[in-house]
Design a protein around this ligand. Sequence first.
Ligand SMILES: [Zn+2]
Length: 131
Amino acid sequence: MYEIHGTTEKNYCMKCGKTYPADHIFKSKERVPHCDCGGMIRCDVTLYGEQLPEKTVIKAINAIKNAETLIIGGTSLTVYPAASYVGYFRGKHLVIINKEHLDYPLDPETDLEINGPIGEILSRVIDREST
Ligand SMILES: [Zn+2]
């Protein structure tokens, strides 16, 4: 899994770069958590206006290029550049799981489209797997 928009599970000091787990943030009594060095701690997510992490993006694109099946889930594919990564897919099977039908020109064409909330759909897949 490549988290191109980062994760709130990882946090770091904006001054010295020391990393902190999410637990540290949740247990902090400070309104804005600070590092031992005095720097502000922020979550490791890409905010609007910031660059996506290049190495992670390259890994994600390579994974899409080499995949036989691509499942696009829980997105309207309207936020770029991430939405454009679908264009790198050259595999055989494209599956979309989204609340609403996607009016997005996909090449190759979609093999399967499931319309519903992704959490609900994937929970049902897991339930079926375990029975
Ligand atoms: Zn620090």
